[in-house]
Design a protein around this ligand. Structure first.
Ligand SMILES: [Zn+2]
Ligand SMILES: [Zn+2]
Length: 263
């Protein structure tokens, strides 16, 4: 079976991808036989002192045009990954107005904690943290983002904190957060969102089978795939196992290989 498009790729235009390369990511996608890919650079504003900022879309669009001219056999989509867009409605509106973006991902990375903002990747480094409570707060924030009316189509890496799980606490199990996750999925289905299965560059399906089954059960219509690559050799990583998982949850590939998978 042909692999689906990789609709979540970062390049040198993302603040946290110093090893990214748009051109080499296109080369890699062609090597793998991917029908398309989307460059979804970060638009983050929550933790500016750590270097977060939004993609320079002018330079980014120039780079897209160069790649489209050079790699005519590949469908190259534009995009953005909005971080906590409901906290930054003005900044978000400015990004979305700057140009046509094919793929708009909505992401939560950070929660509010002790008067500051903390990325879930840093939960385990925070002394005295109530870890399950922080994860619950993450899901609460994700629901707030889905319900906010912000203009994103795709819910990215739904259970992102599981990538950075704390040693010594019970392992991540979806059923421990079932009420929270189901509420998010219901809101996403109601508002016509697409669920992303993020392969975390080939090491963690985010979300995995349990959540994709709930998605189907709650009326979710479509699924898309993203590697979240931050360097070219990670494009499309983990897609074989991800497509098998999604198929077993009851979603099917479209006839057009560039289209989303639907129920
Ligand atoms: Zn992300
Ligand atoms: Zn990302």
């Amino acid at each position: 079976m042909a692999l689906p498009p990789d609709l979540h790729v970062h390049t040198e235009w993302s603040w946290d991808a110093p090893r990214g390369s748009m051109e080499q990511s296109c080369e890699r996608a062609l090597e793998l036989g991917l029908p398309a890919l989307a460059f979804t650079e970060h638009a983050d504003w929550a933790i500016v002192h750590e270097g977060q900022h939004s993609v320079d879309l002018d330079g980014y669009f120039d780079s897209i045009e160069r790649c489209r001219a050079k790699f005519s056999g590949l469908r190259i989509l534009t995009g953005v990954e909005l971080g906590e867009p409901h906290w930054f409605p003005e900044e978000t509106a400015a990004v979305l107005a700057a140009g046509p973006l094919d793929q708009v991902l909505g992401s939560i990375h950070c929660i509010r904690l002790d008067g500051g903002m903390l990325d879930a990747s840093q939960f385990r480094k925070k002394e005295g943290i109530d870890f399950p409570a922080a994860v619950r707060e993450y899901f609460r924030e994700l629901l707030a983002m889905v319900d906010s009316g912000q203009a994103f189509e795709t819910l990215a890496h739904l259970d992102y904190p599981k990538r950075y799980w704390l040693d010594g606490v019970a392992p991540y199990e979806e059923k421990d957060y079932e009420a929270e996750i189901r509420a998010i999925l219901s809101a996403a289905a109601r508002t016509g969102r697409v669920l992303e299965v993020n392969t975390t560059r080939g090491h963690t399906l985010c979300p995995d089978l349990t959540v994709v089954r709930w998605w189907r059960e709650l009326g979710g219509q479509a699924v898309q795939y993203g590697s979240d690559a931050h360097q070219p050799d990670k494009v499309g990583e983990g897609f074989r196992i991800a497509t098998q998982m999604v198929e077993s949850a009851g979603f099917k590939p479209a006839r057009d290989p560039v289209s989303l998978w639907r129920r």
